[in-house]
Design a protein around this ligand. Structure first.
Ligand code: C5P
Length: 417
């Protein structure tokens, strides 16, 4: 299974009843979606089925309507309950799952088409999306199908790989939809994983590269975009945390988190140090995702003039914020550090975990493609004292944030949430 991204749900994450949109595309495995629907209802979830027109050739709307929380839908038009069913479904969903997802549905979704209710709903949501592809092996191995899936994964879509087994028409191969129990268990993991996992926890996060003044107009900085830190702030907020983000960069937050997250703008390592140390005292979790300069020049109060020749910059050590946070760590507080490595990643990272005495070290292999600074994606190793190292494969920074915070939630002392 490839466990990719998660833009977290825009619907109220702590709502007592998760709302699942169950998309069904037109393949023979559509019959298994009936059982999946029943299992999801058994778990107490609100389930709204959306079938593509072709799916209704395999299974009936009546069957789905009888088992679901609201009538099964197939069309963008003529809905007696709402004139815009795709936005109603998309914005209220905790999760959208498409089972089975056909090659055609995958292609339409990857292209951003919205020519039926299901694809329009997929475009109208910020909830996590789980695709469960099912098709004949010949179709599954087509580069077009795999490239479309790769595109979707990159955008944060979760994909449950099909299994090997008997297919329609007596063939055997890869392409079989996993059993409904397996899909339902995965859905439960996704839905329950984010709901209130950090509720009542105060999380302090730093983001972006620090800017160290050379003179009133020039700075020394680095390529950090702040994207991972912002993704952490968004995800933590949706997991129920109270979030403060100390950042050197201004990026957009999601509509539903923007008013809940306190953003403290800073520029230099010294400013970030002051902002973090003060606020850390009242935080159960501190995450140093910022790329803090290790050295800074002593800033000239006047602009250095060209006519005075090439200046010599004398650099001095900046405060080690992480070390100072660890030194003043309160009982039970979880401190997360980041480390960028290029060689001997695991060995160096294990050494760093010991040296820095953090609870969780998030290690980037910045030499790998698509990883680290300026990318929308990341691939990390999660290291903590008593757990095996965990590799989080390449996925969106939002999805990486989700994985990091799931680890944080597990590390927090019982009762902190
Ligand atoms: O030792 P290294 O620079 O790899 O450590 C990186 C970690 O330390 C990051 O979490 C970063 O935010 C933090 N850091 C810090 N203060 C510094 C330099 C790095 O808190 N001056």
């Amino acid at each position: 299974m490839t466990w990719t991204p998660s833009p977290m749900p825009s619907a109220t994450p702590n709502s007592p009843t998760p709302r699942i949109v169950l998309g069904v595309a037109g393949g023979i495995a559509a019959y298994k979606a009936v059982e999946l629907l029943r299992l999801l209802r058994e778990k107490g979830y609100h389930v709204a089925p959306v079938l593509t027109p072709d799916a209704t050739r395999f299974v009936g709307l009546v069957t789905f309507s009888a088992l679901a929380s609201e009538p099964a839908r197939t069309s963008l038009y003529g809905d007696p309950t709402t004139p815009i069913p795709h936005t109603y479904l998309g914005s209220n969903a905790s999760l959208i799952v498409v089972a089975p997802a056909t090659a055609h549905l995958i292609a339409r979704y990857a292209m951003g088409l919205a020519d039926d209710l299901l694809t329009a709903t997929l475009l109208a949501t910020r909830a996590p999306v789980l695709l469960c592809p099912a098709m004949h092996t010949e179709m599954w191995v087509q580069p077009s199908v795999q490239e479309n899936l790769a595109t979707l994964r990159r955008r944060g879509v979760l994909v449950l790989e099909p299994e090997v087994g008997p297919l329609a028409g007596g063939d055997v191969g890869t392409g079989r939809l996993p059993q409904p129990e397996k899909i339902a268990a995965l859905i439960e993991k996704i839905v329950e994983g984010y709901r209130g996992a950090l509720s009542g926890v105060r999380v302090l996060i730093s983001a972006g590269g620090t800017r160290e003044a050379i003179d009133p107009v020039r700075v020394l900085s680095n390529r950090s975009s702040g994207r991972q830190g912002y993704a952490l702030a968004d995800a933590a907020c949706r997991m129920g945390a109270t979030v403060t983000l100390v950042s050197t960069v201004e990026r957009s937050l999601n509509l539903d988190t923007v008013s809940a997250i306190e953003v403290v703008p800073v520029e230099s390592a010294a400013e970030m140090h002051e902002a973090m140390m003060k606020r850390a005292l009242e935080s159960e979790c501190v995450i140093m995702a910022a790329a803090v300069a290790d050295f800074a020049p002593r800033a000239s109060s006047e602009k250095l003039k060209k006519r005075d020749g090439v200046p010599e910059l004398h650099l001095e050590r900046t405060p080690d914020i992480l070390a100072d946070l660890v030194a003043q760590r309160a009982n039970g507080q979880i401190i997360v550090g980041f480390a960028a490595e290029t060689t001997d990643v695991l060995a160096n990272a294990l050494e760093k975990l010991r040296d820095k005495d953090v609870d969780l070290l998030v290690v980037n292999d910045v030499a790998a493609p698509g990883v680290g600074f300026e990318h929308a994606t990341n691939e990390v190793l999660l290291l903590s004292r008593h757990e095996e190292p965990e590799r989080v494969s390449l996925r969106s920074k939002e999805a990486v944030a989700w994985e990091i915070l799931a680890r944080v939630a597990a590390l927090l002392p019982q009762g902190a949430q």
